[in-house]
Design a protein around this ligand. Structure first.
Ligand SMILES: *Cc1c(COP(=O)(O)O)cnc(C)c1O
Length: 365
């Protein structure tokens, strides 16, 4: 069987180093907000290229805390609007609505699968305070035009970099392209922990301090509470695991990109649309997405032949029950992606022979 992503195999490469690092934490007697967190925050900020990194519980919290901090700082208030790509994973949108801000959905471009920058300006209103770009599938969503719009309308640029670790734009890593970025280290992400973890990166010291306080019950000083905060921390154990894996991130991403290129060069079936060369240049392939009108049939066929695939994602946010008010919206490009997208097996440990088998099946479909 060809697995979608074999986490045991992916982790094997660093398991000895991880076990040693975890043993050190176990024996240290210090499990939260200590040296390991501090080191990872420093190393991750240096990698991304920002002055600050604040660890937190998960990716959703990272995004929620960024917006919450802007509300606390008076930059945004209830009812203000945040532009988001309509085809994003639900967590980007949950972070907005949790803060009583209003998500404004903008259609993606069918070539890049990222927010269509030609459609953003018409979605900007008096209440718009931010654009949240999502480097979906590991492909960079930033464009110069998005940067210009943020400057022109004085909007915050927030990056959801849950899927884009290691991706870059003109030599700048995603996570350092905007005012603040939320990162997820969910186990399957390009930089994944052995459990839940997340982080915010930013060059804004005031924002970083606010997020640090909000994630620690709203307290910057022990037992003094200036804000109504929450508890969202990164474990020392997860921080040390991530610090081990961070050293291999570029190498792992290169392996993903090599495999993506093999798919692109070898898949030859008119009914399957693979990412373009331009797409390839700008992606670290958290996900390798293809589009196929007979997506469900193709998925069943591959599964019958022992190949696991995924769909990212089967139901668009505006079609979800939790956001019923959007039910009548028509977003044809988003809906097409949700109808046609199929994610092929993709991970640094994907075996060449297994991949060739998948490609052969695709070409015979
Ligand atoms: C995974 C993911 C998140 C949420 O991260 P968690 O750590 O699971 O909370 C947010 N946005 C996107 C695009 C994601 O893929």
């Amino acid at each position: 069987m060809v697995k979608y992503s074999d986490l045991t195999k992916n982790t094997a490469k660093y398991s000895a180093e991880i076990e040693e690092a975890v043993r050190r934490v176990v024996n240290s007697g210090w499990y939260l907000r200590g040296k390991e967190t501090e080191r990872f925050e420093k190393d991750f900020a240096a990698y991304i290229g920002t002055t600050h990194c604040v660890g937190c519980g998960n990716g959703l919290d990272a995004l929620t805390l960024i917006l919450r901090a802007y509300v606390e700082m008076g930059v945004m208030k209830e009812g203000d609007e945040v532009i988001v790509p309509a085809n994003t994973y639900i967590a980007s949108i949950l972070a907005v609505t949790e803060n009583k801000l209003v998500p404004v959905l903008v259609e993606p471009d069918i070539e890049t699968l990222q927010i269509n920058d030609r459609l953003i300006e018409q979605a900007i209103t008096e209440r718009t305070k931010a654009i949240m770009i999502v480097h979906l599938y590991g492909r960079c969503a930033y464009t110069d035009k998005i940067g210009e719009l943020c400057r022109k309308y004085n909007l915050k640029l927030i990056e959801d970099n849950a899927q884009g670790h290691g991706c870059s734009y003109n030599g700048i890593h995603t996570g350092a392209l905007g005012d603040a970025a939320g990162h997820s280290f969910y186990p399957t992400k390009n930089l994944g922990a052995l459990g839940d973890a997340g982080a915010v990166t930013t060059n804004d010291g005031e924002l970083a301090d606010m997020i640090r306080s909000l994630s620690n019950y709203g307290s910057a000083k022990k037992y003094v509470f200036d804000h109504i905060g929450r508890n969202s921390r990164i474990d020392e154990i997860q921080a040390t695991v991530l610090d081990v894996k961070l050293k291999y991130l570029d190498e792992d991403n290169q392996m993903r990109r090599n495999k993506a290129l093999r798919y692109i060069q070898k898949i030859d079936n008119k009914s399957i649309k693979v990412p373009s060369e331009n797409y390839w240049k700008n992606s670290v392939f958290h996900i390798f997405p293809i589009l196929c009108e007979k997506r469900d049939e193709l998925k069943t066929y591959l599964s019958y032949h022992g190949v696991q695939t995924e769909v990212h994602y089967p139901i668009a946010p505006h079609k979800q029950k939790c956001y019923e008010a959007w039910a009548s919206l028509s977003l044809p490009v988003t809906e097409q992606i949700h109808r046609q997208e199929l994610s092929l097996p993709m991970s640094p440990a994907l075996d060449d022979n297994d991949q060739d088998y998948v490609i052969e099946l695709l070409n015979n479909f």
